[in-house]
Design a protein around this ligand. Sequence first.
Ligand SMILES: [Zn+2]
Ligand SMILES: [Zn+2]
Length: 318
Amino acid sequence: MRVIPISVPTPFYIGPVNVYLIPEDPVTLIDTGPKTKEANEALREGLRRARFRVSDLRRIVLTHAHEDHCGLARSLRDEAKNAQILIHSWETGHRASRLEYAEHRALLLRAGVPDEEVAAMRRMYEGLRRYADTLADHECEELKDCAELPFASGSLRVVHTPGHTPGSCSLVREADRTVIAGDCILKRVTPNPVLSPDPVDPSRRFPSLAEYLVSLARLRSFAPTLVYGGHGEPVTDYEELFNRYLRAIRERQAKVIQLTPKEGATAWDIARELFPQADNVHRFLAVSEAAAHLDLAHAENKIALEISNGREVYRKPV
Ligand SMILES: [Zn+2]
Ligand SMILES: [Zn+2]
């Protein structure tokens, strides 16, 4: 099975996104790029080079619902007439809009983010909405864990790999152990465990880092030989990357525990200490990172948690 990577520009800090074309029946695009003129042109050019047109697409698979991955899905689907869009059902929170407002607001306030910062984060994410069309439930079919997506020359297995987002999925070609991993695996950076409501109970925070560690181990069980990520070059040594990710997570974990004072601190306090330079979008990612690490440390009984004035306060045990 051939996998043709197409690099598509994004207006975001992360740089270009990788979209993947499976050039056989049913012609499938994995991720789409953001809804910008530049992305649309680059995608069309990539398809043209592979001797395809948008109207040839039969299936659009979304690894997750961030704007850089899903932005063009609806317009491509409309142009391709009746192409399917597939996405995991746990991506709902991201699919309707990046910040499901009431739920995220409650989670951010509980994490100690001040009111004016929550308002600034909201404005920023409202601004991001223009980079993706909203997809209603009835416009998508469900990408189910362990399902097989059939192609003329074989199949791709869907592997639910939550962490970066709750509904992130990877596609595994078991015959040659090739993986298309979206933002679950990135060669140069450790993916951010983005703060999200738990899809099962949206009043709670999704335990993104604990889930992510399981996802990394699950992908490892396929002994991947080649992993195509959402950004940057493919990974040819999964074992090395797996160990590097684990090391980076462990080091950050130690740092977060060290920064947690005896007198107590919120995820926001820890985020400000971890990333003092972070501005706008990065403050949301910084608090996501801190909260994810605090959740894991608390789950492992390394720090204590109490709720004080509606905020989660973490303490190093004495
Ligand atoms: Zn993403
Ligand atoms: Zn991405």
